[in-house]
Design a protein around this ligand. Structure first.
Ligand code: GLN
Length: 209
């Protein structure tokens, strides 16, 4: 096609690698054929078309994100329409409110989260929950999920949508446009659908330029 320059390069998916279980996310992305990049510094975000914020320890992550000036470029990437997926501690960083006073970090999903909301006995558990598909008209499907000292989403504001709840009604996943926050760890449960969504959305985002 003369003159028509098509972008055919595969999108690069960034995984925040300052702390936490980023290796499991890199492995999950590799297993679905995605190109990945470990992100530790703002320049690592250049050319990235989708981003995963892994689980770990949100207090440590907050300090490192602030120290390395990662907050503004992540917000800019979200504003450009790139898909962002935050799991567990990553979802805490996405919230507009953290119960008990911690200052919000990225404020990309209109929701309040409570850290370590599941009691001592339930520090870690695995369950099957029903999650709304991230694709338009996709309906709800069962999903295997591992919770590790997980946050609960205690309230979702008007800008965001609930996409998964436990049988007792606790909210464990919410979405605001291209940004998704989940309390649990799909990468440990062998669940790849959320990563596939990031990859598909990132490909569209890269094509749009
Ligand atoms: N409890 C951790 C926090 O509050 C999150 C745990 C996780 O990411 N698995 O930061």
């Amino acid at each position: 096609m003369a003159g028509a320059k098509r972008r055919s390069a595969a999108p690069v998916i960034g995984v925040m690698a300052v702390q936490g279980d980023f290796r499991e996310h890199l492995d999950t992305l590799a297993s679905i054929g995605a190109l990945t990049r470990e992100v530790r510094l703002p320049e690592d975000l250049e050319g990235v078309s989708g981003l995963i914020l892994p689980g770990g320890e949100s207090t440590a992550m907050r300090k490192l994100y602030e120290r390395w000036n990662l907050v503004a470029p992540i917000k800019a990437l979200a504003a450009s329409g790139a898909p962002i997926l935050g799991t567990c501690a990553g979802a805490i960083l996405l919230a507009t409110k953290i119960t008990d006073g911690d200052t919000p970090v990225l404020s990309l999903i209109d929701m309040e989260v409570q850290r370590n909301a599941f009691g001592r006995q339930l520090e870690s558990f695995e369950t099957t929950l029903t999650m709304q598909s991230l694709k338009p008209g996709g309906g709800a499907t069962p999903l295997r999920a591992v919770f590790i000292r997980a946050p609960e989403i205690v309230r979702v504001g008007p800008a965001a949508t609930v996409i998964a709840q436990l049988p007792d009604g606790k909210i464990v996943a919410a979405r605001q446009g291209n940004v998704v926050g989940i309390s649990f760890h799909p990468e440990i449960a062998g669940e790849t659908r959320l990563h596939r969504w990031v990859l598909e959305q990132a490909a569209q985002h890269a094509r749009r330029g």
